[in-house]
Design a protein around this ligand. Structure first.
Ligand SMILES: [Zn+2]
Length: 281
């Protein structure tokens, strides 16, 4: 089977804590008809099988460590109606649409702002939510921290005027009362996370896709750092993406993360992926 006939996507497996490549025949994708693709993947050492529910963007909407007996590593694929996916909204936690209400006066600006805030945290910049009595930051901070699971990120809630508490080179400071950034951190495109947030609003289990994507990024980032620190070799972006087990769309943000650590990537990455995309238009 050639790559034209299969959609390849990485998902984060919570059992082995690794990114797993799923290769899904296009013919199976076409059968989905509005439902979720259900993919059982057998992988790892020791071998285990995990069921992933994927939405139209191939993002994980649910997982289940399964006892289904798999003979081969070829994934078993079926479709499931969206409505049959259990909603796992943790008790006492805000929903993502409630969080977005605090990040902008309109849904478009809120999505852009929250995307940027999350991206700054991924980049390792200190993040601050400025709260007032009317706009309490703690439940919002709890929600955002939950997205990052057990990753080491810096997020604090401060009161209006407590500027002395802000530290770091590129702090991201968001005022919940005014619903705007006081300082935006580093300049980076956040389109990927905007799409992710929009998708998350449309389906149940809305935070799972965000958690899975963030886990993917941090898993690959650790490998990328090892590879680039090992020697001065140059790398082709398409091969690098495969070596660090991540989708091409996430390569730019990973390179930005590495650059923010002072590691030069400018002369070391050849961009075959972009060239190929342009040639294929
Ligand atoms: Zn696994």
């Amino acid at each position: 089977m050639t790559s034209e006939q299969a959609k390849e996507v990485y998902v984060f497996c919570n059992v082995c804590k690794k990114n797993i490549l799923l290769s899904i025949p296009v013919s199976e994708v076409q059968k989905r008809k509005g439902g979720l693709l259900t993919v059982v993947s057998l992988h790892g050492d020791p071998k285990h099988s995990v069921l992933f529910y994927l939405d139209a963007e191939f993002r994980v909407r649910g997982t289940d460590a399964t006892t289904v007996f798999q003979k081969t590593e070829e994934p078993t694929i079926s479709t499931t109606p969206k409505s049959s996916l259990p909603i796992e909204q943790p008790k006492g936690v805000l929903r993502i649409d409630q969080i977005l209400d605090h990040f902008g006066k309109k849904s478009k600006s809120a999505t852009v702002n929250l995307s940027n805030f999350i991206t700054q945290m991924i980049l390792g910049n200190n993040a601050y939510l400025v709260e007032t009595d009317q706009s309490p930051g703690k439940p919002i901070a709890e929600f955002i921290s939950m997205l990052f699971d057990d990753q080491n990120v810096s997020l604090q809630t401060i009161k209006t005027g407590e500027n002395e508490k802000i530290t770091g080179l590129h702090p991201a400071v968001f005022d919940l009362e005014r619903k705007e950034f006081l300082t935006e951190g580093m300049n980076i495109k956040t389109h990927y996370f905007e799409q992710l947030l929009k998708g998350a609003l449309e389906t149940p289990n809305n935070i799972l896709s965000l958690q899975n994507e963030l886990s993917k990024i941090f898993y690959s980032y650790a490998i990328l750092r090892e590879i680039l620190n090992a020697d001065d070799a140059t790398h082709l972006d398409t091969k690098l993406a495969r070596d660090i087990a991540i989708d091409m769309a996430l390569i730019p943000i990973l390179l930005k993360m590495i650059e923010s650590e002072g590691i030069n990537t400018k002369d070391r990455i050849e961009f075959d992926g972009l060239g190929r995309a342009i040639r294929s238009i």
